[in-house]
Design a protein around this ligand. Structure first.
Ligand code: ZN
Length: 126
């Protein structure tokens, strides 16, 4: 199925040395750049706008979905954090399409999910 892509008007593309910029701590600048915008779209397209975590196609080795289910991906996550590997910031193989929910789990910002999981307190620790 063809998924219509919203035509976004982009700012004129500027060229940055992202390895340098990220090393300087300019990660916000990166996440607001046209370079990232273009890559993000390519990643979502590659993954067919499907959350790869809940599809059971990708996990980080620490967090796993409770249930395999189809969820629409709304964001792109860097598998190796850009602060650790700025050289992979624009590498499509370092990027994965996730839903908001999956991303919160991966980044361990899922306070609500912990609450939900209270009964089965099996915290993986590896
Ligand atoms: Zn992330």
């Amino acid at each position: 199925m063809e998924i219509p892509i919203k035509k976004k008007r982009r700012k004129r593309r500027k060229y940055y040395n992202w390895v340098e910029e990220i090393a300087k701590g300019n990660t916000n600048k990166f996440y607001h750049s046209t370079d990232w915008d273009i890559l993000k779209e390519a990643v979502l397209k590659r993954d067919k706008y499907e959350c790869q975590f809940f599809a059971g196609k990708w996990n980080d080795g620490k967090h796993f979905p409770n249930k395999i289910k189809p969820v629409t991906a709304t964001m792109v996550h860097h598998i190796k954090p850009i602060k650790e590997r700025p050289d992979l910031a624009l590498n499509i193989n370092n990027c994965i399409s996730l839903s908001f929910e999956a991303h919160e789990i991966i980044e361990e910002r899922h306070r609500w999910a912990w609450r939900k999981k209270k009964k089965s307190l099996t915290k993986e620790r590896w």
